[in-house]
Design a protein around this ligand. Structure first.
Ligand SMILES: [Zn+2]
Length: 145
């Protein structure tokens, strides 16, 4: 699942993940992403921090409060967060990645989350100890793979 208000980036990310063997679904903003996640129950979610309607942090909080989505692995990417800003981790994100990030690193990070699988989240939880760097995107949720 991919949401991005730039259709070119959305297309590029879709192709990247489909080539990597994932099933990809796109959504256009945070609220659409939450609805799509409820319907698709993705294996992992990648959300941009600065989405219209529902930020990546807010999407995280909404998913962690959702009975069926609270254990879904989730990553947030951002071009604006400072490395020491832990608000997304506190909101329940498994990892936070700072742009720019190469496509292959993005795929590696999401594969890692899918392999980790559903799990509980605590503030001290570390699903991925090494933050990667990501290129711009609004939202990704990946099912299968
Ligand atoms: Zn986690």
């Amino acid at each position: 699942m991919i949401a991005d208000d730039d259709p070119d980036i959305r297309e590029l990310l879709s192709i990247t993940f489909i080539r990597a063997g994932f099933t990809v679904v796109a959504a256009a903003d945070g609220r659409a992403a939450l609805r799509a996640a409820e319907q698709q129950l993705p294996d992992a979610v990648l959300a941009d921090m600065d989405m219209p309607g529902l930020t990546g942090e807010r999407l995280c909080l909404a998913m962690r409060a959702h009975p069926r989505l609270r254990t879904v692995p989730m990553a947030v990417l951002s071009g604006t967060l400072y490395p020491q800003d832990s608000r997304c981790q506190r909101a329940g994100a498994c990892m936070v990645m700072l742009e720019p990030v190469a496509n292959k690193d993005l795929v590696t990070a999401i594969k890692h989350l899918v392999a980790t699988g559903p799990h509980g989240h605590r503030p001290d939880h570390e699903c991925c100890a090494t933050p990667a760097r990501l290129r711009p995107a609004e939202f990704l949720a990946v099912t299968g793979g």
